[in-house]
Structure formats: C-alpha cells, structure tokens
Design a protein around this ligand. Structure first.
Ligand SMILES: C[S@@+](CC[C@H](N)C(=O)[O-])C[C@H]1O[C@@H](n2cnc3c(N)ncnc32)[C@H](O)[C@@H]1O
Length: 231
C-alpha cells in the first residue's frame, strides 16, 4: 500500500514534521524489528511507526512507552488513534516511564526513537538505559536535538556525535539519527564532527569555527549531507 502520512499527520496533533514522519516511516518499513518509542503522547509518531510496520514485509512491534502524566486524556486519545488508524495490532502501549520500562526489558532493539522528557538529565537517562539494548546496525533517533532544546542537543553531541560507537549521523529537521557500530572509522568520525559543526553553524550562537584543514577535509562530504543518508 502507498504511504499516506498526511492522513495521519492531519488527524493527530503533535510536532512531528512531514519530513520527520517520512524518515521514521522509511526506516521502519525497510527494517521492521523491535521499535522502542520513548514518549508517545497522542500517538502522532506511534501511528507513523506502526503504519510503516503494517506496510512492511518485515515482522516487528512498536513498544510505545509513556507514563501519560502530561495530559489526563492522552492515554485514551493514543488508544483511540491506534484503533482509528487500524494499527493497534502492531503496538504495545506501555504506561510507564522509560526508567520503569527499562527494568523489565531484555530484548535487542532495532530502532530506538527518543521523544520523551527533554531535560538534560532525562535525555541522558534515556540514552544510558536504552542504548545498551540497541543492536549493532540498529538506528537511534532523537527528536528536538537542535537549538530549541539545547539540553537534548548536548546529550546527542556527547553520546552520539562525539562517540566512535555511531556512524552515518545526520539530521532530518529536528531529528538527529545515527547507526550503531562496533567502532566507527576515522572518516565516519570526521563526518560526525562535520554534522555537529554544520548544525551548530545553522542553529547556534555558540558556533565554534572549525579549523581550515577540517573544512577542507569535509568539503567533499557536504554534498552527501545535503541529502538524507539513512536509506
Ligand atoms: C513531545 S511528547 C511526545 C510526542 C510524540 N512522540 C508525538 O509524535 O506526538 C513527550 C512525551 O514524553 C512523555 N514523557 C515524559 N517523561 C517521560 C519518561 N520519563 N519516560 C517516557 N516518556 C516520558 C510525556 O508524557 C509526553 O507525552
């Protein structure tokens, strides 16, 4: 079935953009597997992930983790949205914080989508508790990893963009994504550094100008990063 994200995005409130929804959908439709979502609210991203699974030839399940204390009506809305879009069979709704849910977790994760509490402490906690379950080759994605949420940006800079455990980092609107690996190559590390400085350049007043030789080194990669590179 053709992808029809407008149907979902027009129906369920939230801040996920069309390009971001496209990204989530494409990752899940291509890879399937165990998808952990931290922060579901009314289900805008949950339904996108589940709809991709429904239209994928790969098996999988979305675990939608949210304590739902943000809004009394959110849990009912989430369930009704899953039902309305006919994807409830693909989702397990976990009414718990990410910390609580991680205590009972024991399986490898293929896609870790983090859109929960945006404070530094909690964005870091989400990473430290769940990243160990992400398999090599699995994808991590943080929402709001740009200038409007400096704490989330600090966490992704520290644990993903400056880490040799991730490669193929990139941005789609406010999503930062990367692929987990055993140890990234020097080229990957430079690319991540470039991604970091590119996003700082565009979005931050505290942009630190990279040395000239780094600029020269990464110039050929500019074109690559102007396209999405998650496929
Ligand atoms: C930005 S909203 C999620 C938006 C949703 N992904 C969408 O596409 O519309 C953030 C959600 O994170 C949830 N949240 C807050 N703290 C959390 C925690 N410790 N663990 C899991 N979810 C949490 C909130 O209840 C809220 O529903």
């Amino acid at each position: 079935m053709a992808k029809d994200l407008d149907r979902i995005l027009n129906d369920i409130p939230g801040f996920l953009s069309k390009r971001e929804a496209d990204f989530l959908y494409d990752v899940v439709r291509k890879n399937g597997g165990t998808i952990v979502e931290i922060g579901s609210l009314y289900g805008r991203s949950t339904v996108v992930l589940a709809d991709a699974l429904k239209n994928s030839d790969k098996k999988g399940r979305v675990y939608a983790i949210d304590p739902q204390y943000f809004d009394d009506l959110a849990l009912g809305q989430l369930k009704s949205n899953l039902n309305k879009h006919n994807v409830d069979g693909f989702v397990e709704v976990v009414v718990a914080t990410s910390e609580e849910a991680s205590k009972n977790w024991n399986k490898p994760v293929d896609f870790l989508w983090i859109d929960g509490d945006h404070t530094y402490k909690m964005a870091e906690t989400d990473f430290l508790l769940w990243e160990p379950y992400l398999r090599e080759g699995g994808i991590i994605a943080y929402h709001d990893a740009t200038f409007n949420y400096p704490d989330v940006r600090k966490v992704v800079s520290r644990y993903i963009l400056r880490s040799r455990k991730f490669r193929n980092a990139g941005f789609i609107d406010n999503i930062l994504f990367a692929t987990k690996c055993r140890r990234s190559s020097l080229k990957d590390a430079v690319e991540s550094l470039y991604t970091l400085s590119l996003k700082n350049m565009v979005t931050s007043s505290i942009y630190i100008k990279p040395p000239r030789f780094i600029k020269e080194l990464v110039k050929p990669l500019v074109r690559k990063f102007s396209r999405s590179n998650y496929k």
